[in-house]
Design a protein. Structure first.
Length: 202
């Protein structure tokens, strides 16, 4: 008869989920108070410099139905930025570099903003604002984060109103194509229609 022996089993190892790239990014920001202070100062200066531009954009979004989507564009841009960081490998690079790129973009943005004092233009002010935003990202968070922010910041151009003449030239051919397609689709469904330019008569 064999005697059994009690053996102490080793505790099961629990594997903790690996931190995502976004978590590493936010941790790097929290562990660098100087970077956080610089980002806060740049944000305050950004808002103060472009407050009139932001006010003009909001007024246009409220009064022009063609740009009522402007409120949603920054939210989509933030989501794209979040996804850009999340798609990176877990070994997130250190926050460094990018000062020359950021400084150059900020100088160009300041020059464009000064130009609007001589030649008022909302589109130039908006372009200056986007360049300043991207330059600030490069300057505060480095080259790696700056590269990831190019597409999200570029997406913000969809919240900027185009000049009326340019918008008309671009929108009218699109309206004609949509009207033609809709009339063909309705005809295939057995609904008689008359397409007159961008108007559809039933």
């Amino acid at each position: 008869m064999s005697t059994g022996q009690w053996t102490e089993s080793s505790p099961a190892s629990v594997s903790l989920p690996e931190a995502s790239s976004w978590d590493r990014f936010t941790s790097a920001i929290r562990m660098n108070p100087a970077s956080t202070l610089l980002a806060t100062s740049c944000l305050a200066l950004f808002v103060a410099s472009y407050w009139s531009t932001l006010s003009s954009l909001v007024h246009r979004w409220n009064t022009d139905p063609n740009y009522s989507h402007g409120y949603f564009v920054p939210l989509v841009s933030l989501y794209l930025f979040y996804q850009s960081i999340e798609r990176r490998s877990p070994s997130f690079p250190a926050v460094r570099g990018g000062s020359w790129i950021g400084s150059t973009l900020l100088i160009v943005a300041i020059a464009m903003l000064w130009l609007t004092t001589l030649l008022p233009s909302l589109i130039i002010e908006s372009a200056s604002m986007l360049l300043a935003l991207l330059g600030g990202v490069y300057l505060v968070w480095g080259r790696s984060i700056g590269h990831l922010a190019i597409a999200p910041v570029g997406f913000l151009v969809f919240m900027v109103p185009w000049p009326s003449k340019l918008y008309s030239q671009a929108a009218f051919p699109l309206q004609l194509a949509i009207s033609k397609f809709a009339s063909i689709l309705l005809t295939m469904m057995g609904i008689p229609v008359l397409c007159d330019g961008s108007l559809i008569h039933l």
